[in-house]
Design a protein around this ligand. Structure first.
Ligand SMILES: Cc1cc2nc3c(=O)[nH]c(=O)nc-3n(C[C@H](O)[C@H](O)[C@H](O)COP(=O)(O)OP(=O)(O)OC[C@H]3O[C@@H](n4cnc5c(N)ncnc54)[C@H](O)[C@@H]3O)c2cc1C
Ligand SMILES: NC(=O)c1ccc[n+]([C@@H]2O[C@H](COP(=O)([O-])OP(=O)(O)OC[C@H]3O[C@@H](n4cnc5c(N)ncnc54)[C@H](O)[C@@H]3O)[C@@H](O)[C@H]2O)c1
Length: 489
């Protein structure tokens, strides 16, 4: 093992997923010497085992579902998906699990790369264990940024160690379609992977604990409409189903549920949430606890560490486990590191250049199921918990002319929350085919804190689904006018 003298950089980034890459890019653009440490592939979970492969699997499924609702086109797409072609497309969209292009990009932006496992080794110090067993020591003049993301969190179900369960990694990279796939969980990964694998030919059974339904963090109608869509596609959804024991016997996975029911499948996917990759990161050398999420302020600094040199961005800070939101944090964190290093003022006021204000106000998300779910800002439940006075405005998207054009028998639902004290929109949820591309209008409205009265002047084109905005506003105004009418004699 060689132990060279420590190399010094202005900024050391640990983890080259989408977020680490962007922190490094922004820090370098601010004129700071920057090195990034990566133990697997540049591009992280998103490029190889999450967003890219999952959406490549889902795109043909959703395009076919849409086409089947268009008269004149339905017959042309009546047949099954070409599984081999879908998997080949997925492989291509995952860059064949090769990060050469991303290395080229890193070189082009003049960020140094060290491959290996990075660990903190005291304040501003990082030790990298390289694949050939060497240790490279790094010192950061200004900042260390932790961008190590998350891994699948598995429950401690007895027998789990014997079944070789699928996690999101296997679910997005599998090269064959299992005959029967059991999915534990009712969150985003569970519903997306149920949509994909059922359409590719597996018989999917979802085992969802409790009675909160699917997508429990979203508006309840989102989970209900997605459950309807999955059932129509042939998925068997069992609510109140807790797995108490699993075993792999004779090549199949056997499960026992809390109510004593038994079932078998060829594979079992645990889509039961995420855990931060901080267990083996040397957190204890800077007074933090191994395995914890890293709590940060709005400029991305880890709040529990003195002197403000340690930052954390992306999944690992648990603010919003989404690529686009982590990259937003990364742009701001990179700029904040740059400003502090140069002694420039840091604008961390609400919506300031160095504050990740949107994390708490306007996080957009699209769930790529049939129907799609697109949401930003608060749900009604969250608004109530936060003590915000909101008016809940609902509209059936099927009544919008553009929805009739989009698909025969369109089914969908929209909800807008109007903050009655501020006169702005606090949250929007759309559910229905094609609504994902509608979401940014809602994000601009929420993040821009556009007064509801001004929205009347933002005219949606006819006949598009976006006319749902007009209908939501009319519903809201109609209600207000009703309230202004004198009581009937
Ligand atoms: C199945 C699935 C589908 C998803 N789909 C979407 C989607 O459609 N849209 C969306 O916005 N989000 C989606 N997400 C979430 C998205 O993948 C994450 O939010 C995103 O990857 C987080 O980026 P990150 O850079 O914080 O972490 P990661 O992408 O996890 O990257 C972290 C990197 O750090 C490296 N690393 C970790 N520890 C060390 C260490 N000690 N030393 C060196 N390197 C280290 C890892 O190898 C990895 O490359 C999905 C997630 C899953 C599981
Ligand atoms: N399209 C997208 O934007 C997209 C797609 C996939 C994932 N993601 C991101 O990835 C993150 C992780 O997704 P996820 O689905 O793994 O997590 P999640 O938190 O969304 O859902 C986890 C589900 O597992 C259940 N669960 C947890 N522990 C369990 C246990 N012991 N037994 C049974 N059920 C259990 C929960 O009740 C919940 O239904 C999400 O926060 C999401 O932001 C985003």
């Amino acid at each position: 093992m060689t132990n060279e003298a420590p190399r010094t950089y202005d900024v050391v980034v640990i983890g080259a997923g989408p977020v680490g890459e962007n922190v490094a890019d922004r820090a370098r653009a601010a004129g700071l010497s920057t090195v990034i440490v990566e133990r697997e592939l540049l591009g992280g979970e998103c490029s190889y085992w999450a967003c890219e492969p999952s959406k490549a699997l889902l795109r043909p499924v959703l395009a076919r579902a849409d086409a089947r609702r268009v008269p004149g086109l339905r017959q042309a797409v009546a047949g099954p998906l070409d599984v081999e072609a879908v998997l080949a497309h997925r492989d291509k969209m995952s860059a064949y699990w090769n990060d050469e292009n991303q290395v080229d990009w890193l070189n082009a932006v003049s960020v140094d790369l060290i491959r290996g496992h990075g660990r903190l080794d005291g304040p501003r110090q990082v030790a990298v264990q390289t694949p050939d067993g060497d240790t490279v020591r790094l010192t950061a003049r200004h900042a260390v940024a932790i961008c190590t993301g998350t891994s699948a969190a598995l429950p401690d179900t007895p027998g789990l160690d014997t079944v070789r369960p699928w996690t999101s990694r296997e679910a997005t990279s599998a090269d064959h379609v299992p005959g029967r796939l059991a999915i534990v969980g009712g969150g985003v990964v569970a519903v997306e992977m149920a949509t994909a694998w059922q359409a590719l030919g597996a018989q999917v059974t979802m085992l969802v604990r409790g009675d909160a339904g699917l997508l429990p963090r979203m508006e309840p109608f989102a989970g209900e409409l997605v459950a309807d869509g999955l059932r129509e596609a042939g998925v068997d959804i069992r609510f109140g189903a807790s797995v108490t024991y699993v075993a792999r016997e004779d090549g199949e996975v056997r499960m026992t549920l809390a109510d004593g029911a038994e079932l078998a499948a060829d594979e079992i996917l645990f889509a039961t949430g995420r855990a931060p990759r901080t267990a083996d990161l040397g957190l204890e050398t800077v007074g933090l606890t191994a395995g914890d999420w890293l709590t940060v302020d709005d400029t991305g600094r880890v709040t529990a560490v003195a002197d403000g040199w340690l930052y954390a961005a992306g999944d690992v800070n648990q603010r919003a486990l989404l690529t686009h939101q982590g990259k937003y944090q990364a742009r701001i964190v990179g700029a904040a590191i740059g400003a502090r290093a140069k002694g420039e003022p840091v604008d961390d006021a609400r919506w300031g250049a160095h504050a990740t204000t949107a994390d708490g106000a306007a996080v957009p998300q699209v769930v790529f199921t049939d129907p799609e779910v697109a949401s930003v800002g608060l749900t009604a439940r969250e608004a109530e918990r936060a003590g915000r006075r909101v008016e809940v405005v609902d509209y059936d998207i099927a009544r919008v002319a553009g929805a009739h054009q989009y698909a025969e028998g369109y089914r969908g639902q929209a909800r807008m929350l109007v903050d009655v004290d501020r006169g702005t929109v606090a949250g929007v949820t759309f559910v229905g085919p094609g609504v994902g591309e509608l979401l940014h209008s809602a994000t601009v409205t929420v993040a821009g804190e556009v007064p509801v009265e001004r929205l009347w002047h933002a005219v949606p084109a006819f006949p598009t689904i976006s006319e749902v905005w007009l209908r939501l506003l009319e519903t809201y105004r109609g209600r207000q006018q009703d309230q202004m009418l004198p009581p009937e004699a």
